[in-house]
Ligand binder design. Sequence first.
Ligand code: NAI
Length: 467
Amino acid sequence: MTEHDLIVIGAGPGGYVAAIRAAQLGLNVACIEAEPALGGTCLRIGCIPSKVLLEASERFHEASHSLASFGVVVPSVGLDLPTMMKRKESVVNSLTQGVAFLFKKNKVTHYRGWGQIAAPGRVVVEQQSGDGLELSARAILIATGSSPATLPGVEFDGDRVGSSTEALSYPEVPEHLVVIGAGYIGLEMGSVWARLGAKVTVLEYLDRILPGMDAELAQEAKKVFEKQGIVFQLGSKVTAAHATKAGPTKTGARVEIAGQPAIECDRVLVSVGRVPNTRDLGLEALGVELGPRGFIPVNEHFETQVAGVFAIGDVIGGAMLAHKAEEEGVACVEHMVTGYGHVNYAAIPGVVYTHPEIASVGQNEEQLKAAGVSYKKGVFPFVANGRAKALGSTEGRVKILAHAETDRVLGVHIIGPRAGDLIAEAAAAIEFGASSEDIARTCHAHPTLAEVVKEAALAVDGRALHI
Ligand code: NAI
């Protein structure tokens, strides 16, 4: 039996970051990963490849539709999908290899195989060869992430009907792609294929898109996406979806919707959320009882009901975001070693990497109203910003919500160019307990998109300068 101080199961952003931080703090760390590449869903089949395709498809779309207005004449624009996909793979490979490098640098021992907790302090790694390895440690950290959820009646076939994993690698641009679920994945991957020429229909169960996001922003986002050609059918309950065949060949798919005509299409992307990966970890025998919706319950130090067994990231619920998992991983191992470690859940940004991007941190108007908190609101549009005009990207706005009496920033919601980068200032403001006045009095470089954040902060007090 090989001994370590800490065994991390799963090398996604939660697990690998926790492993590195624990090693920095002097622990002898092992990290078990079943996949050949490190980095988890985020690096291999999630955040990173989707961003590569979003970037590439946006450039294609720009070259086809808007470069001419910049005075850049591109006589003929063509799509080379295999090269686009190859570039995606090469970015993913360099990053997953980067994690392997970081493990070596920090002396984290990487075991390839399936990790199962045999008892508190003991993990068995089933290797590809079939051999089992036994490891022991004072602490075990479960960071196994999540998998795409499905719906009753929807038959995933790994080809015509699938999840984001398939949508990251379609071999050709579908003529008609039906997306089930207007959340993060549906909108990002729907945007990719729409820009590359697919007709995209998004079916959403609710009467709005992006549930959880500020409603006003979500409404604006819907209008922008509709202008881009994406069709939304809200209030649509999908009852079945399956691949269709002509002879032995799969030719497309059919989606059935309660009370509405069925849709025949080429491909279906199911993006209706994700479920925690808790199977085959030995949890039941260990005595870890799962909570509602299958998440692993933990205390404020991320310890499960079983002493010495911890869990972080998607598997414990909350926002299923890579950066939230990272924060939890760091806080968990810092607490183990130093006795301190915390995550400020009020300051975790969320970003949808569409064009324009949509980003948000803190509370939205609906949440503040429901909690009876009185607030002031400052809004400033990108159309009044010089840099946005130069970029040719003037859609959207920044909205800052601040406490009516104390002026403390409670939430910031942005739809607009580079919203995902701009939200960092807002997250820092919330982390520091800043007021909107603090943002308004901070000098922002001119001409930058960040000036829209400053102007929205000025607008909280009714003194925006450029509108
Ligand atoms: P999501 O939770 O963002 O959205 C799922 C959508 O599906 C919701 O709008 C929901 O109302 C709808 N839905 C549920 N059942 C339905 C039904 N029967 N028929 C029609 N619509 C239905 O989930 P998504 O997009 O699958 O993403 C999964 C997770 O991955 C999310 O928690 C998200 O945070 C994370 N993610 C984050 C990204 C980012 O940070 N940019 C990108 C991609 C995913």
